[in-house]
Write a protein of this length. Structure first.
Length: 224
């Protein structure tokens, strides 16, 4: 299932969410312009679990943060930014911009630590915003479970657009991540999707979602 948009208007401009999206795009464009030196850039600023577990240096810790704004390709970037665009604005609206910024970074850190714990000796660079975005999805699930999401559902050779509750869309997403994460345990270190980063980020979002939300404002309406 691929979410397209939700029916959940905001009451403020999600400036932090916009800036995070723009920063991710800017970093990827910068990477694209590096050409043949991009690989060296990735190894310098990506998260490498073995660098952390073998005796963490300042650089290895710093890369937990820098890796959250790097991507491996246009599809990787586009998919992540689509989810952040759809769900991040509402989470920021309910938390407030400053809390949302701290929440986003914290969710990304928890996701990275979960990936390190489940792949402590991996020497493969890990990049992407999806761990932090998974935290956003977890928060959206607990804050707006009944909101409707326009979702694209592949049915063999056919595609169907339908409105589904956020609880179903995000619940199915998490179940898939968990199932794939369990299958990846003990597998050879060949790279791919960091499913446990998604799982860790999502759970942190669920736990922090209601804790960090600001009191809901009741907006005046005219009654006829």
């Amino acid at each position: 299932m691929i979410p397209i948009r939700d029916e959940n208007p905001t009451h403020s401009v999600p400036i932090v969410n916009y800036l995070i999206i723009l920063l991710n795009i800017a970093v990827f464009i910068f990477q694209s312009l590096l050409g043949s030196t991009n690989e060296a850039f990735v190894y310098q600023f990506a998260l490498i679990p073995a660098d952390v577990t073998s005796g963490p240096t300042t650089g290895a810790i710093f890369n937990i943060f820098t890796s959250m704004f790097m991507h491996a390709g246009w599809a990787h970037l586009g998919g992540n930014m689509l989810y952040l665009w759809i769900f991040g604005d509402n989470v920021e609206d309910r938390m407030g911009s400053f809390k949302y910024l701290l929440f986003y970074i914290f969710g990304g850190v928890i996701a990275s630590l979960t990936h390190i714990l489940t792949n402590p000796h991996s020497t493969i660079p890990t990049v992407g915003a999806s761990g932090a975005i998974a935290a956003v999805l977890g928060a959206y699930l607990v804050l707006f479970p009944s909101q409707r999401v326009l979702t694209l559902i592949p049915l063999g050779f056919w595609l169907r657009l339908t409105m589904l509750p956020a609880s179903l869309v995000l619940g199915v997403w998490f179940i898939f991540q968990f199932f794939q994460g369990v299958l990846s345990l003990g597998a050879s270190d060949v790279g791919g999707v960091a499913f446990w980063a998604h799982i860790g980020g999502f759970i942190s979002g669920v736990l922090l979602g209601k804790l960090l939300k600001k009191p809901e404002t009741i907006y005046p309406v005219n009654r006829w």
